[in-house]
Design a protein around this ligand. Sequence first.
Ligand SMILES: O=P(O)(O)OC[C@H]1O[C@](O)(CO)[C@@H](O)[C@@H]1O
Ligand SMILES: [Mn+2]
Length: 440
Amino acid sequence: MDPPCSLSARFEGSFAYLTIRDRLPQILTKVIDTVHRNKNKFFEDNGEEGVEAEKKALSFFSKLRNEIQTDKPVLPLTDNQSDTELWNQYLDYQKTLLNKGETPSWFKSPWLYVECYMYRRIQEGLVLSPPISEYDVFREGKTESFFQSQPAIIALCTYLQELKNNVANLSENQKKEELSKLLQVCLWGNKCDLSISGGLDNSQKFSILSSLESFMPFILVNDMESVWAVLSGSKNLESGKELMKRVDIVLDNAGFELITDFVLADALLSLRLASEVHFHAKCMPWFVSDTTKHDFNWTIKHLQAANHKWMSKCGVNWKENLQRSCWIYHEHLFWTLPHEFCMMAQTAPDLYSELQKSDLVIFKGDLNYRKLTGDRKWEFTVPFFQALTTFHPAPLCSIRTLKADVQVGLKPGVGEQLSSNEPDWMISGKYGVVQLSTSV
Ligand SMILES: O=P(O)(O)OC[C@H]1O[C@](O)(CO)[C@@H](O)[C@@H]1O
Ligand SMILES: [Mn+2]
């Protein structure tokens, strides 16, 4: 059976429609403002050339905003980067899905495609504006949200150090509870992305740990027991020697959410549920707050230098984890392509086979959920496994708060009930899932 159709702005009044009509132009306006505000910095760094580049980038972004608002056709990329050809091929592929005479455009094409495309066009605007091509237009927002979450970060770092000091005394059951707690922390950390709030402050101001119990009813799919089973089940070599596990985390947002991911990754090692954690981040600024290599390194460096005992201890430990290769950093262009994950095996076979080495791949955040499920109009009760179609590289778990109108794997009636009581339940970030698929 064919999968259902893609979410798209062609469905007037849908969240996709409102995103393309209101939220994307709003994000671009903020980008324009940021670049303009940094004019002096560009001048200081690059002289007149920097100012010329600023003008060029600004006019590119204004034109892009206009293209969106007037539903212009999607244009091929012209920046000669290593993914340019792939994007242009994808445009050709999108054309094949349309009737003769139609062209892919902002309000007619799949939402997932055009939303990803906007961030790639922002990148194009910068690439075509040397010498400011490396500038991350979202960095200020990411840094700010990190600082605003400082109290919550301190609380988490302190909690982690206490856990580590006590880990030898924990029973299996207590370990399971700790895992469950940190998975929940990771889940609610995903409320803090800056794309859904149009780049406005959305940081975690207070400790999240004390709220976990009251948030429990908002977890619509809770597979945490099975996640424990996947990680605690022993994996024996023929020799009888225990072989430890590899966990992969496909990262989402920088700031508080990234700290929750680091805390989970550290605890996985300390609880001896994994021996290696592999992180996957973005090659370019993406969906406002997503983690790039710079954000990843900056965060650890910043913690190391922090003026708080447990914060800096975390920073030092995490740096060591990277040096000892029990934490491994990865980047792949596939994560910033518009493709649904079921196309990974074909489009990025090297990445697919990397994930196949994992014992558990954790996909953080809403955008990853949209790509896992193809961002389609699935019935709420369709099994997660089915919505993944052909994407089954390893046992995988999505940890996301709901910020887009796609959700599968619910019990009959749950989605309908929520829709009638709370019309915005799928986009408010109030609800979340920890949803596992183990069949490979
Ligand atoms: O950071 P996340 O959790 O992937 O969320 C980014 C959000 O931006 C949106 O794409 C909307 O623009 C949401 O649908 C999406 O969830
Ligand atoms: Mn994100």
